[in-house]
Design a protein around this ligand. Structure first.
Ligand code: 3HC
Length: 289
């Protein structure tokens, strides 16, 4: 495997591009236009510069990794890619449209993967050119830091596809967890009910934001409390995942916390909008309740 195509140059896509380039792959990083792809690459450059400052890599390694990332618009150049990882917005209709587009250029021996956090792989495989060569590869945010990748074969995914993807993940020096194609896979199935419950706890006035997060940081030894983590992931993404759990299982235990819905409706989506459960307008985030 030589060339990795990454669709979506946001936080996840640029992280996937970074770790792939650092592992020696040629990366085609695409977004709807080349400006957005370039913005993603600029983020990778910043992250690599930080690693140079901390003497984790040298300038030669930084330049080599950056030189391996080629920014492109759309999916026209993906005929070259051995593996394409879709990391676009977590909306099924958008992903399906991308798979149809990529299907026009995907080689007969190439694999198409989705970094979806919760949409069923078997269902999305139906919009891909070949369900045997379609699979879920779920990265965690921030991609360069987090050591885990979930690999999710769909019902029709071939063993050869699973083996090739596992080899790819091994070259990124990350651990694999294999999950069946069930809603939320493993990690988000456990994480999102925790975040959702934290918002219920807040909404019911059991404790304020700072104490809920402090409780989990210190009491559970988590690096971040559930509300800061929700802001970090994005409250819209959290709600999307909770809704997938709720709608696909029909189980009322996954019903979204009303306050989570309200925050998303208010456009308070977390760090990316400057406000979620915390206000990020000053150097130190301030709890809003
Ligand atoms: N990109 C690259 N590196 C980053 C980074 C980023 N966005 N943010 C932090 N880092 C690096 C820092 O440079 C630092 O590296 P060093 O140890 O080599 O110096 C290291 O991570 C620790 O960072 P900091 O000292 O600045 O801050 P913290 O110690 O508070 O750690 C954190 C930050 C790593 C983000 C930590 O708080 C953490 O692990 N939080 C939980 C993250 C998590 O749970 N992610 C999973 C989310 S769920 C998900 O992604 C699934 C999806 O489907 C929803």
């Amino acid at each position: 495997m030589k060339t990795i195509g990454v669709i979506g140059a946001g936080q996840m896509g640029s992280g996937i591009a970074q770790v792939s380039a650092q592992a020696g792959y040629h990366v085609l990083l695409s977004d709807v236009d080349v400006d957005r792809a370039n913005k993603g690459k600029a983020g990778v450059e910043k992250a690599l510069n930080r690693l140079v400052d901390k003497e984790k890599i040298d300038a030669t390694a930084r330049d080599a990794a950056l030189g391996r990332i080629e920014t492109v618009a759309g999916s026209g150049s993906f005929a070259e890619a051995d593996l394409i990882v879709e990391a676009a917005t977590e909306k099924e209709a958008i992903k399906r449209a991308i798979f149809a587009e990529v299907g026009k250029v995907l080689r007969d021996d190439a694999i198409l993967a989705s970094n979806t956090s919760s949409i069923p792989i078997t269902r999305m495989a139906q919009a891909s050119p070949d369900p045997e060569r379609f699979i879920g590869i779920h990265f965690f945010n921030p991609v360069p830091v987090m050591g885990l990748i979930e690999v999710i074969p769909g019902l029709a995914t071939s063993k050869a596809t699973v083996a090739t993807v596992s080899e790819f993940v091994a070259t990124l020096k990350k651990e694999i967890v294999y999950a069946e194609d069930e809603p939320g896979f493993v990690v988000n199935r456990i994480l999102l009910p925790m975040i959702n419950e934290a918002v219920f706890v807040l909404g019911q006035g059991t404790a304020n934001i700072a104490d809920i997060d402090k409780g989990c940081r210190i009491g559970l030894n988590h690096p971040m409390g559930p509300l800061e983590l929700a802001d970090f992931v994005g409250l819209d993404t959290c709600l999307d995942i909770v809704m997938v759990l709720y709608n696909t299982t029909g189980d009322s235990k996954y019903r979204p916390a009303p306050l989570l819905v309200k925050y998303v409706e208010a456009g308070w989506l977390g760090r990316k909008t400057g406000r979620g459960f915390y206000d990020y307008s000053s150097a130190v985030p301030v709890p809003t309740r």
